[in-house]
Design a protein around this ligand. Structure first.
Ligand code: IPM
Ligand code: MN
Length: 338
């Protein structure tokens, strides 16, 4: 008989392997979670470009409602060259971010940038439900020489403030206790002013947390030349998207970059995915690095209250190993075997 306590301890995970290398790296991430001894039950959801081509579903409201019942969602990667670009990204990935109110995209970067001897350790907190991603705008006279296209950026005081507050809470739990706002306040004066004022107001509530501001273009230089200056960075959706690819590039490559799409209010499940895409060019070759998916699973364990296990997974990933997709995961899992 299963005790009530044991039931409470089992984390119910919805698994969306997705397309390309997504399923390959997700299987390995689950292998590592089991090796570290965390009790999970998984339910597979067949979603992504391949599913869309088969029966037209991208993410129906019924499926979305099913996902709401889980403790967390583990996603591999979505997108296939056979489907027009953006369709699956908007219909599945962005729909989950918006509908499940995953308003924080947390992306940690630990590594030693090319040409540096000292390691950096910083986290980007990217606003994940607003900015240019909401699709505000439109087109007039399409296809003519007089075509007009606008694409707005939505910044609500509530959305910006809750994101900044999350960054300050995170910073106050870290050793260096520092938050840098990254924006482009000199040009994006309306949105930038809202971000800067919200930042200053929240900062006043955290006197023990130091602050700085960088324009996003300058931040790109610092990411390459002086990434050690950063502890926690908070920024908007689009700047965060671009900066975190650069963060991956200076932290050992995109094969290591993990991310957590969080609903910190816990009104539904959070979603965990590697930063990389579905890489259809290497599918089936065993060349996909599962480390980004494994580190994303570690972020999931953190959010499920399994931080000791998450720390063990991260420690096991610390010394990079080479080999095929499953060999890398096997050697990480071997370090965790009890
Ligand atoms: C990411 C990706 C997505 C984004 C795409 C696939 C829509 O690049 O998670 O960073 O732009 O947010
Ligand atoms: Mn991106």
């Amino acid at each position: 008989m299963i005790s009530y306590d044991a039931c409470l301890m089992t984390h119910r995970i919805a698994v969306i392997g997705g397309d390309g290398i997504g399923p390959e790296v997700t299987v390995e991430a689950l292998k590592v979670i089991r090796a570290v001894g965390v009790d999970i039950t998984t339910t597979d959801f067949d979603l992504g470009g391949a599913r869309y081509l088969r029966d037209g579903e991208i993410l129906s409201d019924a499926t979305l409602n099913q996902l709401r019942g889980f403790d967390a969602i583990l996603l591999g990667a979505v997108g296939t060259p056979d489907v027009p670009p953006g369709l699956i990204e908007r219909g599945l990935l962005l729909k989950m971010r918006f509908e499940l109110d995953l308003y924080i995209n947390q992306r940690p970067f630990i590594g030693t940038a090319p040409g540096h001897t000292e390691a950096h350790d910083f986290v980007v907190i990217r606003e994940n439900t607003e900015g240019p991603y909401v699709g505000e705008g439109g087109v007039l006279r399409k296809g003519t020489l007089n075509e007009v296209a606008t694409q707005g950026s939505v910044n609500t005081r509530m959305g910006v403030e809750r994101c900044i507050r999350y960054a300050f809470e995170l910073a106050s739990s870290r050793a260096r206790k520092h938050v840098t706002l990254v924006h482009k306040t000199n040009v994006l004066t309306f949105a930038g002013d809202l971000w800067q004022r919200a930042f200053d107001i929240v900062a006043a509530e955290y006197p023990n947390v130091g602050t700085a501001y960088n324009h996003v273009d300058a931040a790109c230089i610092y990411f390459v030349q002086d990434p050690q200056r950063y502890d926690v960075i908070v920024t908007d959706n689009l700047f965060g998207d671009i900066l975190t690819d650069l963060g991956g590039a200076v932290s050992g490559g995109i094969g290591l970059a993990s991310s957590a799409n969080l609903n910190p209010a816990r009104t539904g499940p959070s979603m965990f995915e590697p930063v990389h895409g579905s890489a259809p060019d290497i599918v089936g070759t065993g060349r996909a690095n599962p480390t980004a998916a494994i580190l994303s699973a570690a972020l999931m364990l953190d959010f499920l209250g399994e931080s000791a296990a998450a720390d063990r997974v991260r420690a096991a990933c610390a010394d990079p190993v080479s080999g095929s997709t499953s060999q890398i995961a096997d050697s990480i899992a071997a370090k965790l075997a009890r």
